[in-house]
Design a binder for this molecule. Sequence first.
Ligand code: SF4
Length: 369
Amino acid sequence: MSRTMTPVEVLSPPVPRSAVVPSEGSGAAARRLGVRKMPKLEWNDEVERATAHLYERIKTVVPPVEWPFFAPYVKAINELKRQRNAVILAHNYQTPEIYNCVADFVGDSLQLAREATKTKAEIIVQGGVHFMAETSKLLNPDKVVLIPDLLAGCSLAASITGEDVRLLRERFPGVPIVTYVNTSADVKAESDICCTSSNAVQVVESFGVDRVILIPDEFLARWVATQTKVKIIAWKGHCEVHERFTAEELRKYRETDPNLQILAHPECPPDVIAEADFTGSTSAMINWVKDHRPKKVVMVTECSMADNVQAETPGVEFVRPCNLCPYMKRITLPKILDSLVYLRHEVEIDPTIAERARRAVERMVRLKH
Ligand code: SF4
């Protein structure tokens, strides 16, 4: 189907914003469920035997010399998860030893939160950033949700506040506000509905109106505007990982092999998306590689994802432009273990904000696919 290009009006935040540092919880879960003794962490024959099947999964991306460091943590975390009745949700950008060896569910942020609603586990440990842990808590209010590092923030989520959204509503009365899930609960609470990079076009069109505010990612909004006739009002927020890619670097990759397949995330700048053979969310990119099995591919997104997909798709060669997300990389095996032992850091959301934010997320979840 051919689509018409639609103009995008981009608004700027009034002042630059620094990363949001979430507050530490009250430790209520630790008082209720108790803390455990830190397990002994040593590399020995027993640990090697118990984790050999897990190393098999990542041996193409984690060198043997590194495994003796990871394996004692992997064994301890998996045992403690069972004892605590806990699950680990790992985003596609988590490192291979987390994604493949300790996670119970993997995927994009919404997939993770949805999966968590189906689990009978009492505790959720979020292998991801703070807004993801908040979304998990919103959809699982009765569970204990833990984020292993309080500084696992997000440049995009930090680009906008609930107050900004209230001002937008005053400036554009009656225009629906769609908020990307990469935002704080405070921002979601001021929105009509949430969206992800995989359903943003569908959500924007669900109102049946000719103008919609889509915040805070400018580049996602620009991409959506190329896919719909709805006029988009955008916000000048960016993901600091995806905004660093350039069209020139992709052209250089293509020059080295004209058959190279380029997959780009919609948080990339428009000229980068224009160079891509496929644009989609992290899950859509993974499915594309599994379905098409290209000989050589470059995933224009956070670089751990290529490692994780590589482990699942032997035979596909990945070109790796390595843009790391510094916030995602704050989550490590030692911090996950710490989180399970001491039940920290518990995510708590003000109930009045949580109720309104949950409504925006659930409205999106209820949309038919
Ligand atoms: S990759 Fe970008 S959007 Fe995702 S957490 Fe990191 S900074 Fe935020």
